[in-house]
Design a protein around this ligand. Sequence first.
Ligand SMILES: [Zn+2]
Ligand SMILES: [Zn+2]
Length: 359
Amino acid sequence: MLACVLHGKEDVRLERIPVPKQQAGELLVRVDAALTCGTDLKVYLRGYHERMISPPAVFGHEFAGEVVASDNGRFPIGTRIVAANSAPCWDCYFCALDKPNLCTDLLFVNGAYAEYIRVPARIVDENCLILPADLPASKAALVEPLACAVKGIEDVAVNEGEKVLVIGAGPLGLMLARLSVLAGAEVTSVDDQVDRLVVARELGVASTVTGRLTPELVEQLRAEYTPHKLGFDCVIEAVGKPETWNQAVELVRPAGRVNLFGGCEKGTELRVDTTRLHYDEIRIYASFHHTPETVRKALELIATSEVPAFSLVREGRSLLDLPNVLQEMRAGSTPPKTAIFPQLPSGTRLEAEELERFL
Ligand SMILES: [Zn+2]
Ligand SMILES: [Zn+2]
């Protein structure tokens, strides 16, 4: 089969490799669509992922497709499915605490940038879902990142009528903004790229602010968008930089909540004004990953179009063009998400309206 193999730092190669063999309890799935993700870009730029990928390895983790080999009665051959990229063990300390996202034995699957992917038995049992007949794979593949966003919004319990600021309008920032809109909040999105904020508007965000978050812009946001210039009820950081983590804390009102959602580089630190934290009773959350429950909610939100997937997945490209797509992502010139189709000829570029056809 054709697969995109990561060999090291910025070294991906399209190769013919054997189709994985389905073992007991596993599913072999034909990938109908995979989605690009910032994590994959990071993996490509670094050449590895500490917990998940050591080269040479197939990578890519957001996908949907059709079962082509199975011994599982719930997912017979021909079933269209989406699977999350991990599953918890339900056996460790954190699983027992009902924090399966912190499972000490999270089992990951990678290899979505290929014609076929083997889904491990535990993921089949815990985090594999059947697609509604009319849901294209290119939409369904959004389940995994959306499940993380669903958890993020649940953790800070966004309420109706609240003023929510989402810092960053990358794919996750956009999903977090959309979920806040669905919760009835009045959402402001800030990002330095205008085209991303156009998508935020499409998703129902009330105000968009273009620019880099300088101290002046922080002041302006507080002054112009929050009552009595006190700050937002809830601030969600979806950038993943210590500077913006700090600014998120600065922008919340007393007794407000912050979700430091964007993961920062290892070893970086957050400095918080203790007076503000204590006397203003600020609540700081930081959400990581997803749970089987939020994976299920995510599929529902996509199936009902409450989260309109094609506002985020705006183009379709061939698996053969993935190395170029990764370079374009690096240059920052791609839409929030690109659907990668193994069966599409090289050089093709599908617009959002055409994606529907690729079930
Ligand atoms: Zn992802
Ligand atoms: Zn566990």
